[in-house]
Design a protein around this ligand. Structure first.
Ligand code: XMP
Length: 180
């Protein structure tokens, strides 16, 4: 298995398990978004969600618009700064549209809660949130995603788009970075 900066990685969720769950989420989303008068807008948060978004949209059996928001993240550190800065805004006008916000992982919830409010200010008709992973018992704010892939332990995770200082995004599964 890979090492990143001398740390061992241990497999938490394998590729096939992710694939099955992503398909289930997509089918649920497809049903829930059938009433959208225009094509739904899927908004991915860069960079971490790009792999999840790529797989999820291809399992949604209806036309969707895909856009990305880029917010400032951890950088090289493993701790949430709690501060959110919009690096790249949406190209799509989402006013009156049905929007699905997609992120890789919910830790304290600070990031998603901020971004949720930011998107609400753009006046979408519907705004739902889909998160692949949620760290158990870590939430600092009251925020519950509408769609959740997996609950995960409180470890630093990499793979399937998640990185540690920009490494590990291209792993096919989700891995925990082991201590020491
Ligand atoms: P909060 O605490 O605001 O954090 O919910 C959410 C954002 O923090 C990043 N994050 C991680 N990134 N492995 C990562 O690669 C992790 O274990 C991890 N935990 C949080 C991620 O960018 C997420 O959007």
């Amino acid at each position: 298995m890979w090492n990143i900066r001398g740390r061992r990685l241990s497999l938490l969720i394998d590729e096939e398990t992710i694939r099955k769950r992503v398909r289930e989420l997509a089918k649920q989303i497809e049903k829930d978004f059938l009433g959208s008068p225009e094509e739904p807008v899927v908004v991915g948060l860069l960079k971490g969600s790009f792999v999840f978004v790529a797989d999820l949209i291809r399992e949604i059996g209806m036309p969707v618009v895909v856009d990305f928001l880029w917010v400032s993240s951890y950088g090289q550190s493993m701790e949430s700064s709690g501060k959110i800065r919009i690096v790249k805004d949406l190209d799509t006008d989402v006013e009156g549209r049905w929007v699905l916000l997609v992120d890789d992982i919910l830790d304290t919830g600070l990031t998603l809660k901020e971004i949720h409010s930011f998107l609400i200010s753009k006046k979408p008709a519907v705004l739902k949130t889909c998160v692949l992973l949620e760290k158990k018992g870590r939430k600092k704010v009251d925020f519950t995603p509408d769609y959740l892939g997996f609950e995960v332990p409180n470890k630093f995770l990499v793979g399937y788009g998640l990185d540690w200082g920009e490494l590990g995004r291209n792993l096919k599964g989700v891995y925990a970075v082991e201590e020491g």
